[in-house]
Design a protein around this ligand. Sequence first.
Ligand SMILES: C[S@@+](CC[C@H](N)C(=O)[O-])C[C@H]1O[C@@H](n2cnc3c(N)ncnc32)[C@H](O)[C@@H]1O
Length: 394
Amino acid sequence: MSIYDGRMKLRISAASGTEAVLKRELTELGYLPGGAEYGRVDIEGDMRDVARANMFLRTAGRVRIVLAEFSASTFDELYDGTRAVRWQDVLPSDAAVTVNAKSIKSKLFSLRDIQRVVKKAVADSYAAAHGGVRMPEVGEKYDVEACVLCDRVSLTLDTSGAGLHKRGYRVKLGEAPIRETLAAAMLLLSVWKGERPFLDPFCGSGTIPVEAALIGTNTPPGLKRAFAFERFSLAPAVADSVRREGEELVDRTVKLRIRGGDISADALRLAREHAARAGMAEHIHFQVQDAREISSRFAHGVIVTNPPYGERLMQGRELDALYADFGRAFARLDEWSAYVITSCRSFEKSFGRRADKVRTLYNSELECRFYRFLGAPPERRARTDAGDAEGDRI
Ligand SMILES: C[S@@+](CC[C@H](N)C(=O)[O-])C[C@H]1O[C@@H](n2cnc3c(N)ncnc32)[C@H](O)[C@@H]1O
């Protein structure tokens, strides 16, 4: 019996600051997530849950199977703990194993030595199970991670392959694009649930509008890509049936009002291509527009956006002036809400309004703030005599 036939501990990573959103996603998928810390959340599950986590989670970076957890302050303890794993139940006989190492606040800190010792223990375990024969390592790649955190080792096996932010729709990178998983986290932290008008006035290559359309249509983000676990020859084949489950979740009748604007026609060409590849083109209207001139005939819309930051695209006064003009344009919108991510610390001052909530999020390695400016929610009309409940008035 391989480990893939039973229940396992699954470790799901998320960008720092978005763990709580990941936890909420897991709860909504029917799991009982453990504590959210150090950019990761654990659940219990089988291979079907591995597939669901990879395909359905919008904010997850990677899904790993926990193979062993033990304390180690010496390399002998690391070797013995790794050797104790029944690797023949994890790896096929031709597996090509790569070992990555991480060390945080631990006595074992040389990543190269951690890698070397773990690799040796895996190879020795293989040889012991195969009459002294060395691992041929000519088959599929299996990525093992040895993470030492406060002298506790976790040996995990990656099931995702390419990071889960790679949905498959983004073919070329625009100027300073945001990660798909961070865009999704920002949207899930917002009040936008699909029914209100949505605008990203600095949409660049379209990541935020595309993620909004995926959320609005309830389309699982990983339906169109492949995952490492699909190549695990000892594991049951579950991907196709989970993909079918995902397809059935998609709302094909919903009408969304999603707009993406940018001052650059080139960026919008890319955005349209990305939306088309994601199958979301019909839900998004892209137009060349200066964010300083945004307007809408609707009330209670929602903006989630990633404007230029000082570090990459604009500097000093020019940036302050852009934020100030954007702030004035936003103030003219009727009870809209805005969510803005930027690393610029003087954003609120330039924008001309104090945020009612500020979170710290990381855009790759860059520490940013995510500012929330809430407008009043749309009024809901009381039930009519005919018994119909009126939705939003917009
Ligand atoms: C940080 S990038 C947005 C990246 C986008 N989130 C993505 O994933 O590709 C900022 C964008 O703002 C656009 N921009 C700069 N000034 C603008 C303005 N005044 N109005 C609208 N867009 C502007 C740039 O062309 C650039 O595409």
